[in-house]
Design a protein around this ligand. Structure first.
Ligand code: GLY
Length: 343
């Protein structure tokens, strides 16, 4: 099946099916990582037809999502003599996708790229919508651009080699979509284990949700911020643990539980609703608890969040299941009260 992403300046397709041949009449560089290269590069090379095809494998992991790796990718592009009509192919998870998109957006002031995501997290969320970027010591994805791919090709086959923790990390993003936008989808998730064909259904529903959200708000001026449910807390958790303890989706799982605690205390959601989300996350082995060592330091790190403006923190809080609010005027007291539940 195909989902159309219709934006102001560009429309593209998200193709969800077994990978077919993809033809380019230009030079192509595939950007992948060492792990995906070992597992799947031969399979991909058989399916890409281009004037000139080469690939670069970067180191695997969130800690390599930095400027040094971007310079390495760009250097490779120059060595391959890519020009303005050349195309990058992002072949990997969210880290590879975000970095390839970023490199494409700045190489010779922007060239095209396509996404072939190989993790559940990138298939259901990160590969769609054009967010690109890298981390630095101040936080996650604080350097980046909006640069839409020309197409996204999602093949569930790649998930067969995904370690269970990585699969769970993707489930966290699926739960995020359902909790904020689709009560029926959430009910379905409670009653259906994500395996075999059910995975395709969850990918399709998530991509359709994301398509609607980015069509309304490509540059995150409003509703797209809801896709950051769990991320305001989760990014601090990731930063505090040096991006080494939790996968991004795992930190988001903890972050959603924290956001739910806040939502319950503000009477936006019932304890039962919060518990059903927690149980669903736990059923996929996702972490749902975290011990905050220093709540003042944790609080200060919220201000690195891209959603915060001047001295105002922004929290995405679920309103029951299937709806949300974007809260911009919480008192420090309320925020600290939530943090206290986790010390
Ligand atoms: N992953 C959140 C977004 O694309 O906005």
């Amino acid at each position: 099946m195909t989902v159309d992403i219709n934006l102001l300046d560009i429309s593209y397709k998200v193709v969800i099916q077994k990978l077919q041949d993809i033809k380019f009449d230009s030079k192509v560089v595939i950007v992948t990582n060492e792990t995906v290269k070992k597992l799947h590069i031969d399979y991909l090379l058989k399916h890409i037809k281009a004037k000139d095809l080469s690939y670069i494998a970067i180191k695997d992991g969130e800690r390599y999502k930095n400027m040094e790796t971007i310079l390495q990718i760009l250097d490779f592009c120059f060595k391959q003599k890519l020009n303005r009509s050349s195309v990058l192919v992002a072949f990997g998870g969210g880290v590879v996708g975000d970095m390839t998109g970023f490199a494409a957006s700045i190489y010779q002031r922007a060239i095209k790229f396509v996404q072939i995501p190989t993790t559940l997290l990138s298939q259901v969320d990160a590969s769609v919508g054009g967010k690109t970027g890298i981390n630095n010591s101040y936080g996650k994805n604080l350097i980046g651009t909006f640069h839409q791919p020309q197409a996204v090709y999602i093949d569930r086959y790649f998930l067969s080699s995904l370690p269970p923790r990585q699969f769970g990390a993707g489930v966290a993003e699926i739960v995020k979509m359902a909790v904020c936008f689709d009560k029926e989808f959430f009910g379905w998730l409670l009653n259906n284990k994500l395996k075999n064909q059910n995975i395709n259904k969850a990918i399709e529903l998530s991509v359709k949700t994301k398509a609607k959200v980015v069509a309304k708000d490509e540059k995150e001026q409003g509703v797209r911020a809801a896709l950051n449910y769990g991320h305001t807390f989760g990014h601090v958790v990731e930063n505090e643990t040096n991006y080494t303890t939790y996968l991004h989706g795992e930190a988001v799982s903890i972050g959603m539980v924290m956001a739910n605690t806040m939502a319950v205390s503000l009477k936006l959601m019932t304890k039962n609703e919060a518990n059903s989300i927690k149980m669903l996350l736990q059923s996929y082995g996702l972490p749902t608890s975290y011990k905050i060592k220093d709540k003042n330091r944790f609080y200060d790190k919220f201000f690195l969040d891209k959603k915060s403006t001047d001295d105002k923190l922004v929290f995405i809080l679920p309103k029951g299941i299937g709806d949300f609010i974007i809260s911009k005027d919480l008192e420090k007291y309320d925020i600290m009260k939530t943090l206290e539940s986790f010390v």
